[in-house]
Design a protein around this ligand. Sequence first.
Ligand SMILES: [Zn+2]
Length: 158
Amino acid sequence: MMRIETKRNAAQFKASLANSETVKSLEEALAECQNKGMRLSRQRRSILELLWRCEQHLSAREIYDRLNQEGQDIGHTSVYQNLEALSSNGIIECVERGDGRLYGHVSEPHSHVNCVDTGKILDVHVELPEDLIQEIEARTGVEISDYRIDFYGQEKQK
Ligand SMILES: [Zn+2]
């Protein structure tokens, strides 16, 4: 493990909650499906609508449960197959966790804040200072094209 320390105040680093500026809208996701030649079945559309509406990372089981609670007739297999197709085409995000996969509506590169108490995952957009990236590249000999950071912690008491 390489240890890289950042100088305090050396450079600005930007962090913001992933929001409408960095994240594609539901309409854009639907258009992307069509551009990629993916059929927009009623089931596929309702999965996308759910993910964009609740803005959380959900398991296939949770997605199945929520859609059926809403009175939508959609089978297990259909949920799994649609999630697989949508994530492998880069329309939605798939997060591998020890206890299974979770799906989210942000497919652009982003970082996660993980609450260890509730298991909740929050999407954040973090931009590291350019000199830090250059230092990592210099030490590893790898040209960085993308990065995702996982933050862990507990919710602050209010
Ligand atoms: Zn995410």
